[in-house]
Design a protein around this ligand. Sequence first.
Ligand code: NAD
Length: 323
Amino acid sequence: MKTALVLGAGGFIGSHLVKRLKAEGFFVRAVDLKQTEFGASPADEFVIGDLREQDVCRAAYDRHFDEVYQLAADMGGAGYIFTGEHDADIMHNSASINLNIAASANKQGVGALFYSSSACMYPAYNQLDPDNPNCEESSAYPAEPDSEYGWEKLFSERLYLSYARNYGMKVHIARYHNIFGPEGTWQGGKEKAPAAVCRKVAMTQSGGDVEVWGDGQQTRSFLYIDECIEGTLRLTRSNKTGPYNIGSDEMVTISQLVDVVSDLAEKPVSKRFVPGPTGVRGRNSDNRLIEKELGWRPSEPLRDGLAKTYRWIEAQVMAQDKG
Ligand code: NAD
């Protein structure tokens, strides 16, 4: 039986990944600070532990695994990572986790280690024009991420690449671009734009107001969770290291995102633009490299993924109202 270690398995992407690995017949050990929020994890073992602690990391990673997925990070949406208020925690927590995991992987050996970096590591100066952002993998340097979250991702990319270079560790790095879908954080301050918009629309009466941070003209692309998992597995099982973008290249403004959700909900809403943390002006996934080197690119239209996500968030809102 093949074995996998999923770090950050209590989170959004990790919980979906565990389900997929179990469906493929893997033995899965999951590790996180917390259990999954929505339904029990099918992992064979679920270790609750703080990966910032070297002893905890060593105990959780005490043998060889065929595949290791490193998704644990101090993470959140714009309201968490772009305000500056959590910078010290983000840098310290995520860097400590990655330093510990890289050392354990090197000690125990690993068939393949996947690391989830982020599009937030791309330089701010290439993302000023909302219609024409440059997120080609080779554009990462000279580095100038617009957040400490992005700097930490860049540091950890380099950390894992160093282990690959010096110790021959088999490392695979993706730069995720805005992953969304059911069973993701949808309230509380750490949710990201698609979930926040779905929640706001679900909670608003037809014809009501939906608050949008900034002027709504900032552009982004959003990738549905199932496609993220597919790209992650293909990369981890390839002989390619990366980093590669894993994201959608269907770019929309945040205002258009609200329009699509309002249309899916069959609820006309008016947008109220308010000051808030917005991140870079424009960002889109450049999928040319992954398509060329892995022969794969995501293809599901944004609207289809949003339809599934909206239905799920609407059900959460209704359940909360009843409770
Ligand atoms: P998430 O916050 O839902 O999951 C991260 C998990 O890591 C959480 O369950 C959290 O409890 C766990 N964690 C944090 N600190 C820990 C610690 N000290 N010890 C053990 N576990 C700890 O985030 P996600 O959306 O599932 O993202 C997974 C990874 O992908 C993260 O590294 C994130 O930075 C990266 N990423 C995600 C996106 C996205 O749009 N979701 C985009 C770019 C990159």
